[in-house]
Ligand binder design. Structure first.
Ligand code: SIN
Length: 311
């Protein structure tokens, strides 16, 4: 049978499927469940300098075509997640993991990353430059100057494997400009995409989540074409040393196959994981392997990035 084994930087994973930051990753218990599932890895909830309660509830709703959320980065503080990934990395046969992080200001981001640099953690870090849900705080990676300034500073002191979680871009010029910024840095990966920020879902005459008068990040079916476009646009533009994690609209093996075809080395599940729980990893892995078997692909490198165009 086909293998969904993959690599990000020097780290190997038995399966290219994992959770997306924000889903099933708030507590050690949730993370342990993902770790024990067929997923190849987990990423933690984005940890901030101090713990946060996040936005008022209800702040997540499933919808006909996916989900809307305005969580507002509720989390237990970066140290909680850092302690857990260090504990796991010291266990024999541990999977490799991703630690998601961001500060509420560039200064806080640097404080956190300096602490991670000084720690025993030697795994992957994903800096979340794309949360759309904290009132008054813009999605950082829509501001190319600030993004470049943060990364310039980070790489003066941070030497461990490091990637960024990006918001969706919608304009070819923005793909060019964003890629030109990321190509200046020794990034291990970029993750495309976070939710499509600030959508509005209405039930009868009322919004379905409380924060920000109902505005929230959209995930699920709505976002797959945008996610695929972002994965492929960055695959075409980034230095080949910068790998791509594909996130957005994956609910079947076929969706994961399409992300890999667009260039993704790893694929994350958000909305569907929230709906089905960690058993979803086995289902989607089996569906992906069945497609690969049918097409004669032995591993994901046989078709990764090989999207065909029309003449
Ligand atoms: C949130 O906590 O608001 C969701 C996570 C994110 O969009 O980065």
């Amino acid at each position: 049978m086909a293998s969904t084994h993959t690599k990000i930087g020097d780290f190997t994973f038995d399966n290219c499927l994992m959770n997306a930051a924000g889903v099933y990753c708030m507590t050690r218990e949730e993370l342990a469940e993902v770790d024990a599932s067929a997923a190849g890895s987990f990423v933690t909830k984005t940890g901030t300098l101090t713990k946060r309660a996040g936005n008022p509830e209800p702040r997540y709703a499933d919808t006909t075509l996916g989900s809307i959320n305005s969580m507002g980065l509720p989390n237990l503080g970066y140290q909680y997640y850092l302690d857990y990934v260090i504990e796991l990395q010291n266990q024999p046969n541990s999977k490799n993991h991703f630690l998601s992080l961001v500060g509420m200001s560039p200064e806080e981001t640097h404080t956190i990353l300096k602490a991670v640099q000084a720690s025993d953690y030697h795994g992957l870090v994903e800096l979340n430059l794309s949360c759309p849900n904290v009132p008054g705080k813009p999605q950082i990676a829509y501001d190319f100057e600030t993004t470049e300034a943060i990364l310039t500073e980070v790489f003066t002191y941070y030497t461990k494997p490091f990637g960024v979680k990006l918001p969706p871009y919608f304009d070819i010029v923005h793909f060019d400009q964003a890629a030109a910024v990321f190509n200046k840095f020794p990034l291990t990966f970029v993750n495309c995409i976070n939710s499509i920020g600030n959508g509005l879902v209405i039930d009868d005459e009322t919004v379905v989540i409380k924060p920000k008068n109902g505005f929230g990040g959209i995930g699920g079916d709505y976002v797959k074409p945008t996610a695929l476009a972002n994965v492929h646009a960055f695959y075409q533009r980034l230095n080949p040393s910068i790998q791509i994690i594909g996130t957005g609209g994956v609910k079947t093996g076929r969706d994961a196959f399409e992300h890999i075809l667009c260039g993704a080395s790893m694929v994350q599940l958000g909305t569907i994981l929230h709906q089905e729980g960690p058993a979803v990893f086995e289902r989607i892995t089996n569906e992906l392997k069945a497609i690969m078997d049918e097409k004669g692909y032995k591993n994901i490198e046989d078709f990764r990035g090989k999207l065909q165009y029309m003449n």
